[in-house]
Design a binder for this molecule. Structure first.
Ligand code: ADP
Ligand code: MG
Length: 219
């Protein structure tokens, strides 16, 4: 059985789709057979893959959509792929709750310093704990700090991680952060993962994605 990795949060604009595609490309390059199951009817990944095709970038990843019997569909796909990556809507949703019933790993993103996200986080955590205590006790959930400031004087990310880790009611926060980098945005906008994006300064994003995947045990 392959692994089902859910990208979810109760908020949009936190980087789910952007990081999903970079993680997809990275997992593929590590020799895994990967598919995307889109459960967000905004269809960001469909648009991304269309852009990718237009740019002539290979491989052309296998793509599926599902909004109803998500767990059943994801498990079926996991019997044929090493990884099934699920994108979910950026709001409280039935799709997210269904995805949680089958997730092996949940990656949820939060931007340090954005107060609204911290508030919506507690409702998201509630959904996760509900799934863990009933249908999916083995799911491994993670909070990843995304769009962190690259200025070393900025303490927002450290303070948020400390606050979340001090309280056992939150979910574990990865040590590895994802910084705010144009490379992620530019790669996504041109149909690429950050590993396929050529950057003049060398690509720090690649290292971040690889270290993150190692930390959460996916590569
Ligand atoms: N690490 C990052 N660095 C720079 N920009 C980012 C980063 N992560 C996300 N973004 C930008 O934030 C915006 C929202 O990201 P998106 O992936 O669409 O969020 P979601 O799927 O959670 O709604 C996009 O414009 C994207 O380019
Ligand atoms: Mg999205």
């Amino acid at each position: 059985m392959g692994k089902i990795v859910v990208f979810g949060s109760h908020k949009g604009g936190v980087g789910k789709s952007t990081l999903l595609v970079s993680i997809l490309v990275c997992l593929h390059r590590a020799g895994n057979k990967c598919a995307v199951l889109e459960c967000d009817d905004q269809n960001s990944i469909k648009d991304f893959l269309a852009e990718r095709k237009e740019q002539g970038i290979t491989p052309d990843f296998d793509y599926y959509e599902c909004y109803t019997d998500i767990a059943e569909r994801a498990r079926k796909l996991a019997s044929r792929y090493d990884f099934v990556l699920l994108d979910t809507p950026g709001k409280k949703s039935a799709e997210f709750r269904k995805a949680l019933t089958c997730a092996d790993t949940l990656l949820s993103f939060i931007e340090p310093g954005a107060q609204v996200e911290i508030n919506t986080l507690s409702q998201m955590v509630n959904d996760v704990k509900t799934a863990q205590s009933s249908l999916n006790p083995t799911m491994q959930p993670w909070i990843v700090l995304n769009r962190c400031a690259t200025d070393p004087r900025d303490q927002d990310a450290s303070e948020l991680r400390q606050m979340l880790n001090d309280d056992p009611d939150w979910l574990p926060v990865t040590r590895q952060r994802i910084y705010s980098r144009k490379a992620y945005k530019q790669a996504y906008n041109t149909g690429r993962g950050v590993h396929e994006h050529q950057d003049n300064n060398g690509n720090k994003g690649r290292g971040e994605i690889e270290l993150l995947l190692q930390e959460v045990g996916l590569i």
